[in-house]
Write a protein that binds this ligand. Structure first.
Ligand code: ADP
Length: 457
């Protein structure tokens, strides 16, 4: 087992990894930017090294600085968390060259899955259903037009290097294609340094359903069931739950089986998430794979009792899946996660600043993953996620009422948060009956605006 791990991240996920290391008896090294000097990940790690100024490019994304810290601290491994360098195959390669274990899949597998249009082709070859779409990168808007006519409007143009919902455009007609193609390409080039685009059939208001897997270094793969992440705004997840109301045990077993075969075929290792869209006929189509731990991993942990981060570390240290899991994976009850972002709940604009009051809820079945605290400052440079509130109930109705009461006892003052929005989502009749799809928030906000206008008149 590793003796010392460097955590190449910040915020709640850095703390989450520190928790796993402490329980495994592994020493931890935090890295931090000048803006994070007073952060909890710095306080709770065994050692901490400042790696630069607040700007991401000069600190958490600065590979030479991160590697120097790892060498100075003499660590055996690096856990990248999510975001930042987590899906950077070059970083994983540099770690390998420096004889530091990167806790994740091998660089070549990351590279394959990181180019979404290549991942699509690989999945199709392995028999995983994908949406109709272009083959390879779109060379020009004329080529895009040919594919769109073949696939049939509406289509969605997506960035091959995409992430975070950027570089994506829905195209409903021939006329709007050239301008949207250009916009997606320049957005992708600016965000990812790569303007490559591909195309898929656009599914109207699908559900977003993803499968969590773990794979060891000996060819064993296990699926830990699904999470439904349909409550999104601007293609970004806001609330996640497990299991999905739409996945039957048969479908779960079928997809689990296909994925295990596919992933051992491509030499996948460590934790991974395979994302699908589900259409009205309850058919699942692969959209992308994330080769890292996900923000919403706790909902799977709550229903399966498997510690995914500890599993990642043990697998990277060459443990076999059977020793990590110690028995079959059984899912019990229902879990929900609400992402508490520091932002205006309706305008979705960031709300950085000082937290004056911070009272997180507790009680049966409630978990909070956060690095926030009273008098702590949310810097404007980073992600707006300040806490994840996760609950488990014996079934979906109990999980919903538990989440409502926990949100009601979660007091954050000094900044705006998404807490009030979550309370309203959980009370919406559509949500209560499980009628969730990716168009939910838009419909819900439009309906609340209308209600507010009626109340005024
Ligand atoms: P990113 O990597 O940028 O997050 P994804 O491919 O995972 O991009 O898609 C993010 C979200 O965008 C999905 O959860 C869904 O809401 C929407 N989306 C993506 N592809 C399609 C599609 N073909 N049809 C309808 N919605 C889509």
């Amino acid at each position: 087992m590793f003796k010392k791990i460097l955590i190449a991240n910040r915020g709640e996920i850095a703390l989450r990894i520190i928790c796993a290391c402490k329980e495994l008896g592994i020493r931890t090294v935090a890295i931090y930017s000048e803006a994070d000097r007073n952060s909890l990940h710095v306080r709770f790690a065994d050692e901490a090294i400042c790696i630069g100024p607040p700007q991401l490019s000069q600190s958490y994304l600065n590979i030479p600085a991160v590697i120097s810290a790892a060498e100075i601290a003499n660590v055996d491994a690096i856990h990248p968390g999510y975001g930042l360098l987590a899906e950077n195959a070059n970083f994983a390669e540099v770690c390998e060259t420096c004889n530091i274990k990167f806790i994740g899949p091998p660089p070549e597998v990351m590279r394959l899955m990181g180019e979404k249009e290549k991942a699509r082709a690989a999945m199709k070859k392995a028999g995983v259903p994908i949406l109709p779409g272009s083959e390879g990168i779109l060379g020009s808007d004329a080529e895009a037009m040919e594919w769109a006519e073949q696939v049939g409007f509406p289509v969605i143009i997506k960035a091959s290097a995409g992430g975070g919902g950027r570089g994506m455009r829905i195209v409903r007609s021939k006329e709007e294609l050239p301008a949207l193609f250009k916009a997606a390409s320049s957005e992708a080039a600016a965000a990812f340094g790569n303007g490559d685009l591909y195309m898929e059939k656009y599914v109207e208001n699908p559900r977003h359903i993803e499968f969590q897997v773990l794979a060891d270094q000996h060819g064993n793969v296990v699926s830990l069931g699904e999470r439904e992440c349909s409550i999104q705004r601007r293609h970004q997840k806001l609330l996640e739950e497990s299991p999905s109301t739409q996945v039957t045990p048969e479908l779960r077993a079928e997809i689990g089986g296909i994925l295990s075969k596919t992933l051992s075929g491509i030499g996948y290792m460590n934790a991974g998430t395979i994302e699908f869209l589900m259409d009205r006929e309850r058919k699942l189509y692969f959209i992308e794979m994330n080769t890292r731990i996900q923000v919403e991993h706790p909902v799977t942990e709550m229903v399966t009792d498997v510690d995914l981060v500890k599993s990642q570390i043990m697998i990277a240290a060459d443990a076999r899946l059977q020793d990590v899991l110690q028995g079959p994976v059984v899912s019990r009850g229902h879990a929900i996660e609400c992402r508490i972002n520091a932002e205006h709940p309706e305008k979705f604009t960031p709300s950085a600043g000082k937290i004056t009051v911070f009272n997180p809820p507790g009680g049966t079945g409630v978990r909070i993953d956060t690095a926030a605290y009273a008098e702590g400052v949310i810097p404007p440079y980073y992600d707006s996620l300040i806490a994840k509130l996760i609950v488990r109930g014996k079934d979906r109705p109990e999980a919903i009422s538990r989440m409502q009461r926990a949100l009601g006892m979660f007091v954050v003052e000094g900044i705006h948060t998404t807490i009030p929005l979550h309370r309203r989502i959980l009370a919406a009749p559509e949500f209560l009956v499980g009628n969730t799809d990716t168009g939910f928030i838009e419909r819900f906000l439009a309906a609340s605006k209308e209600l507010a206008a009626q109340a005024k008149s």
